[in-house]
Design a protein. Structure first.
Length: 225
């Protein structure tokens, strides 16, 4: 059996509000292994995005541990967490968060440049990835010149540029029409099959979740299916 890429142990998350504590996550345990394709579903407000942010080191749990590439994230300094995340995790969000002043090529190359790679290598890798996701004719286009589906594909390319151990996707098809949604998911399925890329996706789309291993987040707990 392949080594785990990411493991969560007894994850709890509580938000303190005036007069009460709001428990969002209640003892989440999850192991993600190399080449897994995992979907987490659940009703709106169930904590899916909160869980994803904790797994990716963007937020800290109230209690519990997350191991990323065998390193326990939250025992590290904030700077080290940032480095581990940049090296090992790619993110795809519902909103694309592309930098409007840069073209597709520069947006995709940015994580490599931030991690200290040469501009030449970053541009070469970004070009290859944009061609792989079907955007070889969009290299010099700015985000506002792209369709919603194309922007999400740029996000996928950007998520892959540092060759992460895992890609975390938060409702990546949430703002897309059915045709664009199907195109994006087919791309991720091909990357999983062809590259062995590990994906963990949060989605409200139960039909979409049928393409991989499915979990459902209900009342703060993760139910396997």
């Amino acid at each position: 059996m392949s080594e785990f890429v990411l493991r969560a142990e007894d994850i709890h998350k509580t938000y303190t509000t005036p007069g009460e504590d709001l428990w969002v996550l209640r003892g989440i345990n999850l192991t993600v292994r190399s080449s897994n394709l995992i979907f987490i579903t659940g009703p709106s407000g169930s904590g899916k995005s909160t869980l994803l942010h904790i797994l990716g080191g963007l937020d800290k749990p109230t209690k519990g541990k997350v191991y990323l590439d065998s390193v326990e994230l939250f025992s590290q300094s904030d700077n080290h967490i940032d480095c581990l995340r940049n090296k090992n995790v790619g993110f795809v969000f519902q909103l694309h968060y592309l930098l409007s002043e840069f073209d597709c090529l520069e947006n995709v190359a940015m994580p490599m440049l931030i991690s200290g790679k040469s501009r030449k290598k970053a541009i070469e890798k970004a070009t290859d990835l944009l061609e792989e996701v079907g955007l070889k004719d969009r290299l010099s286009h700015k985000p506002e010149e792209l369709s919603g589906g194309e922007r999400q594909k740029v996000q996928v390319a950007r998520a892959l540029v540092n060759e992460p151990k895992i890609v975390l996707a938060d409702e990546p098809t949430g703002n897309l029409d059915r045709k664009s949604s199907d195109s994006l998911i087919n791309l991720m399925l091909k990357l999983n099959e062809r590259r062995g890329m590990t994906f963990l996706l949060v989605t409200h789309d139960e039909e979409l979740a049928g393409f991989g291993v499915k979990y459902r987040l209900v009342n703060g707990k993760l139910e396997g299916q």
